[in-house]
Design a protein around this ligand. Structure first.
Ligand SMILES: Cc1ncc(COP(=O)(O)O)c(C=O)c1O
Length: 390
Protein backbone atom coordinates (compact mmCIF):
# COMPACT_ATOMS: atom_id res chain seq x y z
CA UNK A 1 0.00 0.00 0.00
CA UNK A 2 2.85 2.38 0.70
CA UNK A 3 3.55 2.90 -3.01
CA UNK A 4 0.27 4.83 -3.13
CA UNK A 5 1.81 7.58 -0.98
CA UNK A 6 2.22 10.92 -2.75
CA UNK A 7 5.80 12.16 -2.89
CA UNK A 8 6.49 15.16 -0.66
CA UNK A 9 8.61 18.18 -1.55
CA UNK A 10 12.03 18.18 0.14
CA UNK A 11 12.44 20.72 2.95
CA UNK A 12 14.11 23.67 1.21
CA UNK A 13 16.08 24.84 4.26
CA UNK A 14 17.45 21.37 5.02
CA UNK A 15 18.56 21.12 1.37
CA UNK A 16 20.31 24.47 1.75
CA UNK A 17 22.17 23.25 4.86
CA UNK A 18 23.47 20.26 2.88
CA UNK A 19 24.68 22.51 0.06
CA UNK A 20 26.35 24.84 2.56
CA UNK A 21 28.15 21.98 4.31
CA UNK A 22 29.45 20.66 0.99
CA UNK A 23 30.81 24.08 -0.08
CA UNK A 24 34.62 24.12 0.41
CA UNK A 25 34.98 27.95 0.33
CA UNK A 26 36.42 29.27 3.61
CA UNK A 27 34.56 32.58 3.38
CA UNK A 28 31.08 31.10 2.80
CA UNK A 29 28.26 32.70 4.82
CA UNK A 30 25.21 30.82 6.14
CA UNK A 31 22.17 33.09 6.43
CA UNK A 32 19.69 30.25 5.97
CA UNK A 33 19.43 28.33 9.21
CA UNK A 34 16.96 29.72 11.76
CA UNK A 35 18.98 29.78 14.97
CA UNK A 36 20.86 32.50 16.85
CA UNK A 37 24.61 32.67 16.29
CA UNK A 38 27.30 34.47 18.28
CA UNK A 39 29.92 36.70 16.67
CA UNK A 40 32.02 33.55 16.18
CA UNK A 41 29.19 31.65 14.51
CA UNK A 42 28.35 29.38 17.47
CA UNK A 43 24.94 28.52 18.91
CA UNK A 44 26.05 27.76 22.48
CA UNK A 45 24.02 26.45 25.40
CA UNK A 46 23.10 29.40 27.65
CA UNK A 47 25.20 29.62 30.84
CA UNK A 48 22.01 29.86 32.91
CA UNK A 49 20.72 26.67 31.28
CA UNK A 50 24.03 24.85 31.82
CA UNK A 51 23.87 25.75 35.52
CA UNK A 52 20.23 24.64 35.73
CA UNK A 53 21.05 21.37 33.97
CA UNK A 54 23.89 20.70 36.44
CA UNK A 55 21.44 21.27 39.28
CA UNK A 56 18.89 19.01 37.60
CA UNK A 57 21.47 16.25 37.29
CA UNK A 58 22.16 16.53 41.03
CA UNK A 59 18.62 16.81 42.29
CA UNK A 60 16.27 15.04 39.88
CA UNK A 61 15.41 11.72 41.47
CA UNK A 62 12.87 10.36 39.01
CA UNK A 63 12.09 10.30 35.31
CA UNK A 64 8.64 8.91 35.96
CA UNK A 65 5.75 10.14 33.79
CA UNK A 66 4.34 13.60 34.36
CA UNK A 67 0.98 14.12 32.63
CA UNK A 68 -0.17 15.49 29.28
CA UNK A 69 0.16 19.01 30.70
CA UNK A 70 3.86 18.52 31.49
CA UNK A 71 5.74 20.56 34.09
CA UNK A 72 3.18 22.97 35.52
CA UNK A 73 5.85 24.76 37.58
CA UNK A 74 7.45 25.73 34.26
CA UNK A 75 4.09 26.74 32.75
CA UNK A 76 3.23 28.98 35.71
CA UNK A 77 6.73 30.47 36.09
CA UNK A 78 6.44 31.95 32.58
CA UNK A 79 3.09 33.65 33.19
CA UNK A 80 4.39 36.97 34.64
CA UNK A 81 6.94 37.29 31.81
CA UNK A 82 4.35 36.74 29.09
CA UNK A 83 1.21 38.33 30.51
CA UNK A 84 2.73 40.89 32.90
CA UNK A 85 3.28 40.86 36.66
CA UNK A 86 -0.19 42.26 37.41
CA UNK A 87 -2.17 39.99 35.10
CA UNK A 88 -5.30 38.44 36.63
CA UNK A 89 -4.17 34.85 37.19
CA UNK A 90 -7.74 33.56 37.32
CA UNK A 91 -8.08 34.42 33.59
CA UNK A 92 -5.21 32.24 32.35
CA UNK A 93 -4.19 28.61 32.46
CA UNK A 94 -1.68 26.71 30.38
CA UNK A 95 0.08 23.48 29.64
CA UNK A 96 3.51 22.54 28.37
CA UNK A 97 3.92 21.65 24.67
CA UNK A 98 6.74 20.21 22.55
CA UNK A 99 8.14 23.54 21.35
CA UNK A 100 6.29 26.50 19.95
CA UNK A 101 5.25 24.19 17.12
CA UNK A 102 3.38 21.87 19.51
CA UNK A 103 1.82 24.93 21.15
CA UNK A 104 0.61 26.32 17.80
CA UNK A 105 -0.82 22.90 16.97
CA UNK A 106 -2.66 22.76 20.31
CA UNK A 107 -4.00 26.29 19.87
CA UNK A 108 -5.32 25.57 16.39
CA UNK A 109 -6.85 22.21 17.37
CA UNK A 110 -8.52 23.70 20.46
CA UNK A 111 -9.81 26.58 18.30
CA UNK A 112 -11.25 24.03 15.85
CA UNK A 113 -12.97 22.13 18.64
CA UNK A 114 -14.41 25.46 19.84
CA UNK A 115 -16.06 25.99 16.44
CA UNK A 116 -13.40 27.97 14.56
CA UNK A 117 -13.53 27.22 10.83
CA UNK A 118 -11.23 29.87 9.33
CA UNK A 119 -7.76 30.99 10.37
CA UNK A 120 -6.95 34.51 9.22
CA UNK A 121 -3.22 35.15 8.91
CA UNK A 122 -0.87 37.73 7.35
CA UNK A 123 1.57 36.49 4.73
CA UNK A 124 4.38 35.79 4.37
CA UNK A 125 4.46 33.83 7.62
CA UNK A 126 6.42 31.02 9.21
CA UNK A 127 5.71 28.25 6.62
CA UNK A 128 4.61 25.78 9.30
CA UNK A 129 1.62 27.98 10.19
CA UNK A 130 -0.11 27.17 6.89
CA UNK A 131 0.87 23.49 7.19
CA UNK A 132 -0.63 23.21 10.66
CA UNK A 133 -3.84 24.96 9.57
CA UNK A 134 -4.10 22.52 6.64
CA UNK A 135 -3.37 19.52 8.88
CA UNK A 136 -6.20 20.64 11.17
CA UNK A 137 -8.53 20.79 8.16
CA UNK A 138 -9.28 24.50 8.57
CA UNK A 139 -9.60 27.13 5.88
CA UNK A 140 -6.72 29.61 5.66
CA UNK A 141 -7.56 33.23 4.82
CA UNK A 142 -4.54 35.41 4.13
CA UNK A 143 -3.85 39.11 3.97
CA UNK A 144 -0.72 41.13 3.17
CA UNK A 145 1.51 41.63 6.21
CA UNK A 146 4.14 44.00 4.77
CA UNK A 147 3.60 47.18 2.73
CA UNK A 148 5.94 47.96 -0.19
CA UNK A 149 7.57 50.51 2.14
CA UNK A 150 8.52 47.72 4.55
CA UNK A 151 6.09 48.55 7.38
CA UNK A 152 3.32 46.37 8.84
CA UNK A 153 0.18 46.63 6.71
CA UNK A 154 -2.50 47.59 9.23
CA UNK A 155 -4.96 48.52 6.48
CA UNK A 156 -4.83 45.00 5.05
CA UNK A 157 -5.60 43.54 8.49
CA UNK A 158 -8.47 46.01 8.95
CA UNK A 159 -9.90 45.08 5.53
CA UNK A 160 -9.90 41.35 6.25
CA UNK A 161 -11.37 41.92 9.72
CA UNK A 162 -14.27 43.85 8.20
CA UNK A 163 -15.56 40.51 6.86
CA UNK A 164 -14.65 38.44 9.92
CA UNK A 165 -16.65 37.36 12.94
CA UNK A 166 -17.40 34.47 15.29
CA UNK A 167 -16.02 31.23 13.83
CA UNK A 168 -12.86 33.02 12.74
CA UNK A 169 -9.51 33.05 14.51
CA UNK A 170 -6.81 35.62 13.76
CA UNK A 171 -3.23 34.36 14.04
CA UNK A 172 -0.78 37.14 14.91
CA UNK A 173 2.98 37.05 15.60
CA UNK A 174 3.60 38.65 19.01
CA UNK A 175 7.04 40.00 18.04
CA UNK A 176 10.04 39.45 15.74
CA UNK A 177 7.86 38.44 12.80
CA UNK A 178 9.19 35.39 10.96
CA UNK A 179 10.21 35.77 8.12
CA UNK A 180 9.93 39.55 7.62
CA UNK A 181 11.12 41.06 10.93
CA UNK A 182 8.26 43.57 10.45
CA UNK A 183 6.29 44.00 13.68
CA UNK A 184 3.22 46.11 14.35
CA UNK A 185 4.14 49.33 16.16
CA UNK A 186 2.68 49.92 19.63
CA UNK A 187 0.26 52.44 18.10
CA UNK A 188 -0.87 49.82 15.59
CA UNK A 189 -1.42 47.22 18.33
CA UNK A 190 -3.52 49.82 20.17
CA UNK A 191 -5.78 49.96 17.10
CA UNK A 192 -5.77 46.21 16.48
CA UNK A 193 -6.83 45.23 20.01
CA UNK A 194 -10.29 46.92 20.09
CA UNK A 195 -10.87 45.90 16.48
CA UNK A 196 -10.37 42.21 17.34
CA UNK A 197 -12.76 42.65 20.26
CA UNK A 198 -15.41 44.38 18.14
CA UNK A 199 -15.37 41.60 15.51
CA UNK A 200 -15.70 38.85 18.16
CA UNK A 201 -12.93 36.80 16.51
CA UNK A 202 -10.63 34.53 18.51
CA UNK A 203 -7.04 35.89 18.64
CA UNK A 204 -4.27 33.27 18.39
CA UNK A 205 -1.06 34.95 19.55
CA UNK A 206 2.20 33.25 18.62
CA UNK A 207 5.10 34.50 20.75
CA UNK A 208 8.21 32.59 19.69
CA UNK A 209 10.95 35.21 20.13
CA UNK A 210 10.19 37.17 23.32
CA UNK A 211 13.28 39.12 24.37
CA UNK A 212 14.97 38.99 20.98
CA UNK A 213 13.30 42.14 19.63
CA UNK A 214 13.29 45.16 21.94
CA UNK A 215 13.22 43.45 25.38
CA UNK A 216 11.13 40.97 27.39
CA UNK A 217 8.53 43.56 28.41
CA UNK A 218 8.53 45.49 25.13
CA UNK A 219 8.11 42.34 23.05
CA UNK A 220 4.96 41.43 24.98
CA UNK A 221 3.32 44.81 24.28
CA UNK A 222 1.05 43.59 21.48
CA UNK A 223 -0.08 40.44 23.28
CA UNK A 224 -0.89 42.41 26.42
CA UNK A 225 -2.67 45.19 24.46
CA UNK A 226 -4.89 42.54 22.84
CA UNK A 227 -5.59 40.71 26.11
CA UNK A 228 -6.61 44.00 27.75
CA UNK A 229 -9.45 44.33 25.22
CA UNK A 230 -10.66 40.87 24.21
CA UNK A 231 -12.64 38.47 26.42
CA UNK A 232 -10.69 35.41 25.30
CA UNK A 233 -7.60 34.36 23.35
CA UNK A 234 -5.16 31.49 22.85
CA UNK A 235 -1.38 31.87 23.13
CA UNK A 236 1.43 29.70 21.73
CA UNK A 237 4.81 30.30 23.34
CA UNK A 238 8.31 29.04 22.55
CA UNK A 239 11.34 28.97 24.87
CA UNK A 240 13.47 27.42 22.13
CA UNK A 241 14.99 30.72 20.98
CA UNK A 242 15.03 32.87 24.12
CA UNK A 243 16.55 30.04 26.20
CA UNK A 244 18.50 28.51 23.27
CA UNK A 245 16.80 25.13 23.79
CA UNK A 246 15.85 24.39 20.16
CA UNK A 247 16.31 20.62 20.14
CA UNK A 248 14.90 20.13 23.62
CA UNK A 249 11.49 21.32 22.32
CA UNK A 250 10.28 23.69 25.02
CA UNK A 251 6.98 25.52 24.59
CA UNK A 252 3.69 26.25 26.26
CA UNK A 253 0.06 26.72 25.26
CA UNK A 254 -2.17 29.11 27.21
CA UNK A 255 -5.87 29.87 27.11
CA UNK A 256 -7.16 33.19 28.42
CA UNK A 257 -10.82 33.76 29.33
CA UNK A 258 -12.81 35.29 32.15
CA UNK A 259 -15.13 32.26 32.14
CA UNK A 260 -13.74 29.76 34.66
CA UNK A 261 -15.71 26.88 33.20
CA UNK A 262 -14.52 27.65 29.64
CA UNK A 263 -10.93 27.80 30.93
CA UNK A 264 -11.25 24.33 32.47
CA UNK A 265 -12.70 22.99 29.21
CA UNK A 266 -9.96 24.60 27.08
CA UNK A 267 -7.33 22.85 29.20
CA UNK A 268 -9.18 19.54 29.24
CA UNK A 269 -9.45 19.65 25.44
CA UNK A 270 -5.78 20.60 25.13
CA UNK A 271 -4.89 17.63 27.36
CA UNK A 272 -6.88 15.13 25.26
CA UNK A 273 -5.30 16.45 22.04
CA UNK A 274 -1.84 16.16 23.62
CA UNK A 275 -2.62 12.65 24.88
CA UNK A 276 -3.52 11.47 21.38
CA UNK A 277 -0.55 13.23 19.77
CA UNK A 278 2.56 12.98 21.97
CA UNK A 279 1.01 11.83 25.24
CA UNK A 280 3.21 14.19 27.22
CA UNK A 281 5.89 16.72 26.33
CA UNK A 282 9.64 16.10 26.82
CA UNK A 283 10.59 17.24 30.31
CA UNK A 284 14.27 18.12 30.37
CA UNK A 285 14.29 21.59 28.76
CA UNK A 286 11.18 22.79 30.56
CA UNK A 287 12.57 21.62 33.91
CA UNK A 288 15.77 23.57 33.20
CA UNK A 289 13.77 26.71 32.35
CA UNK A 290 11.77 26.30 35.57
CA UNK A 291 14.98 26.10 37.61
CA UNK A 292 16.26 29.28 35.92
CA UNK A 293 13.02 31.18 36.56
CA UNK A 294 12.72 29.96 40.16
CA UNK A 295 16.21 31.25 41.03
CA UNK A 296 16.79 35.03 41.08
CA UNK A 297 20.53 34.67 40.35
CA UNK A 298 20.04 32.34 37.38
CA UNK A 299 17.25 34.58 36.08
CA UNK A 300 19.70 37.49 36.13
CA UNK A 301 22.29 35.46 34.22
CA UNK A 302 19.68 34.41 31.63
CA UNK A 303 18.37 37.96 31.11
CA UNK A 304 21.95 39.24 30.66
CA UNK A 305 22.59 36.57 28.03
CA UNK A 306 19.39 37.58 26.27
CA UNK A 307 20.49 41.24 26.39
CA UNK A 308 23.79 40.29 24.72
CA UNK A 309 22.02 38.42 21.92
CA UNK A 310 19.63 41.28 21.31
CA UNK A 311 22.45 43.82 21.40
CA UNK A 312 24.48 41.87 18.86
CA UNK A 313 21.55 41.58 16.46
CA UNK A 314 20.83 45.28 16.86
CA UNK A 315 24.47 46.07 15.96
CA UNK A 316 24.22 43.97 12.79
CA UNK A 317 20.92 45.63 11.88
CA UNK A 318 22.37 49.11 12.49
CA UNK A 319 25.34 48.37 10.22
CA UNK A 320 23.05 47.02 7.46
CA UNK A 321 20.68 49.99 7.79
CA UNK A 322 23.61 52.42 7.60
CA UNK A 323 24.27 51.17 4.07
CA UNK A 324 20.93 52.85 3.20
CA UNK A 325 20.72 51.50 -0.35
CA UNK A 326 22.75 48.61 -1.79
CA UNK A 327 22.14 48.34 -5.52
CA UNK A 328 18.37 47.97 -5.82
CA UNK A 329 17.92 46.93 -2.18
CA UNK A 330 16.68 49.51 0.36
CA UNK A 331 18.56 48.68 3.56
CA UNK A 332 17.15 51.29 5.98
CA UNK A 333 14.05 49.18 6.87
CA UNK A 334 16.33 46.48 8.34
CA UNK A 335 17.17 48.96 11.10
CA UNK A 336 13.57 49.21 12.34
CA UNK A 337 12.77 45.52 11.93
CA UNK A 338 13.16 43.07 14.82
CA UNK A 339 14.55 39.69 15.68
CA UNK A 340 16.45 37.02 13.82
CA UNK A 341 14.99 37.52 10.36
CA UNK A 342 14.46 40.01 7.56
CA UNK A 343 13.56 39.57 3.92
CA UNK A 344 15.50 41.10 1.07
CA UNK A 345 13.63 41.79 -2.19
CA UNK A 346 15.85 39.53 -4.32
CA UNK A 347 14.70 37.32 -7.19
CA UNK A 348 15.59 33.65 -7.63
CA UNK A 349 18.42 34.42 -10.04
CA UNK A 350 20.02 36.88 -7.63
CA UNK A 351 19.72 34.44 -4.71
CA UNK A 352 21.36 31.75 -6.85
CA UNK A 353 24.15 34.14 -7.91
CA UNK A 354 24.82 35.04 -4.27
CA UNK A 355 25.19 31.35 -3.50
CA UNK A 356 27.18 30.23 -6.51
CA UNK A 357 29.44 33.24 -7.08
CA UNK A 358 29.75 34.60 -3.55
CA UNK A 359 29.18 31.64 -1.21
CA UNK A 360 26.22 33.34 0.52
CA UNK A 361 23.41 30.96 1.45
CA UNK A 362 19.88 32.20 2.12
CA UNK A 363 16.33 30.86 1.81
CA UNK A 364 14.70 31.01 -1.63
CA UNK A 365 12.27 33.61 -0.28
CA UNK A 366 15.10 36.10 0.35
CA UNK A 367 14.88 35.57 4.12
CA UNK A 368 18.19 36.17 5.86
CA UNK A 369 19.22 35.24 9.40
CA UNK A 370 20.63 38.46 10.85
CA UNK A 371 22.69 36.47 13.36
CA UNK A 372 24.59 34.79 10.50
CA UNK A 373 26.39 38.11 10.00
CA UNK A 374 29.42 39.19 12.05
CA UNK A 375 31.89 42.06 12.02
CA UNK A 376 34.12 39.65 10.08
CA UNK A 377 31.75 38.99 7.18
CA UNK A 378 29.24 41.84 7.03
CA UNK A 379 31.26 44.00 4.60
CA UNK A 380 31.73 40.97 2.32
CA UNK A 381 27.97 40.42 2.45
CA UNK A 382 27.15 44.04 1.55
CA UNK A 383 29.63 44.05 -1.35
CA UNK A 384 28.31 40.73 -2.68
CA UNK A 385 24.78 42.10 -2.49
CA UNK A 386 25.90 45.18 -4.41
CA UNK A 387 27.34 42.93 -7.13
CA UNK A 388 24.11 41.00 -7.71
CA UNK A 389 21.32 43.48 -6.89
CA UNK A 390 21.72 45.61 -9.99
C1 LIG B 1 6.58 32.30 14.35
C2 LIG B 1 7.02 31.00 14.91
N1 LIG B 1 6.21 30.31 15.71
C3 LIG B 1 6.58 29.13 16.25
C4 LIG B 1 7.81 28.58 15.99
C5 LIG B 1 8.12 27.23 16.61
O1 LIG B 1 9.27 27.17 17.31
P1 LIG B 1 9.79 25.83 18.02
O2 LIG B 1 8.83 24.74 17.68
O3 LIG B 1 11.13 25.58 17.47
O4 LIG B 1 9.77 26.14 19.47
C6 LIG B 1 8.69 29.25 15.15
C7 LIG B 1 9.99 28.67 14.83
O5 LIG B 1 10.69 28.96 13.93
C8 LIG B 1 8.30 30.49 14.59
O6 LIG B 1 9.11 31.19 13.80
Amino acid sequence: MLEALAPQPADALLGLIKLYNADPRADKIDLGVGVYRTATGATPVFKAIKAAEARLLETQDSKSYLGPEGDMGFVHALIPYIFGAGFDRSRVEGMQAPGGTGAVRLAIEVARRAGVRRIIMGTPSWPNHAQIVAAAGLELVTFRHVTPEGTADLEALKAVLADAGPGDAVLLHGCCHNPSGVDYTHAQWDEIAPLLASRAVLPLLDLAYQGLGAGMEEDAYGLRAVLAKVPEALVAYSCDKNFGLYRDRVGAFYAVTGDADALTRAMANGATIARASWSMPPDHGAAAVRLVLDDAELTKVWLAELDDMRGRMRQVRDRLAAAQQVGTIPMAPLGIQNGLFSMLPLNGEQILALREKHGIYMAGTGRINIAGLTSGNIEQFIESLRAVAV
